[in-house]
Design a protein around this ligand. Structure first.
Ligand code: GSH
Length: 211
């Protein structure tokens, strides 16, 4: 596989997820805004042609244009080289898929879209964050954290004892949430999530991505 391009911004949790998978699969990659030598302006009509909802990441691999983090991660994971990120046993694979879907869906929505982004976005702290709305949403965010914690009390990684796509989708999200100030925190100081993040950050090349 030759060098791929991840369309997006390195601060995006999902761009980081794709990077983690590239590292595990030894896929050479760059992050950028160009497609076929042309700069694709964020939210331009060209952007919407490449991603139906004008989001990031998008993967460019030769003539392949692929939107959606989970689809991108699965495509990369199917490359022959590097770590096996998809278990051969269909039952284990199904559980890995379930956690990957939860990580990119409900968990991201409750922790990032509906909670963290109320306080901090790509361009820094939100001016006058709606703290009342955050307080209303906090129990849902805490529920998502509890779901993750229950699983990590039994396993080193989210879908078992091996790192898989679901971990790549989950850890950048959780790491951002740990950075919230104490009054907005939803991950307690003694949570197993901190050990989990440290375990994943300790993997080859990951510390730079999860800076
Ligand atoms: N379902 C998409 C979600 C991607 C997503 O929400 N990306 C964010 C950045 S982390 C984005 O593009 N936000 C801009 C927007 O929603 O308009 C995926 O899994 O790739």
């Amino acid at each position: 596989m030759s060098k791929v391009t991840i369309y997006g911004d390195q601060r995006s949790n999902f761009v980081r997820s794709v990077e983690l998978v590239c590292l595990q699969k030894q896929v050479d990659y760059q992050i950028g805004g160009e497609f076929q030598g042309r700069l694709i302006k964020w939210k331009s009509p060209e952007h919407f042609q490449l991603h139906p909802f004008g989001k990031m990441p998008i993967l460019f691999d030769g003539d392949l244009v692929l939107a959606e983090s989970l689809a991108i991660c699965r495509y990369l994971a199917q490359q022959p080289q590097g770590a096996a990120l998809i278990d051969a046993d269909p039952k284990v694979q199904a559980v890995q898929d379930m956690w990957a879907t939860l990580a990119a869906g409900d968990i991201d929505r409750l922790l990032i879209r509906r909670y963290l982004l109320e306080f901090v976005g790509m361009d820094g702290l939100v001016e006058n964050p709606n703290l009342e709305r955050m307080a209303r949403r906090k129990p849902d965010a805490e529920q998502a954290v509890a779901v993750v914690e229950r699983q990590l009390q039994q396993h080193d990684f989210i879908a078992g004892d091996e790192f898989c796509i679901a971990d790549a989708l989950l850890v950048p999200t959780l790491q951002y949430v740990t950075l919230l100030p104490a009054e907005l925190a939803v991950i307690k100081q003694d949570s197993v999530i901190h050990d989990y993040i440290a375990r994943v950050r300790g993997m080859a090349g990951f510390e730079r991505v999860l800076a």
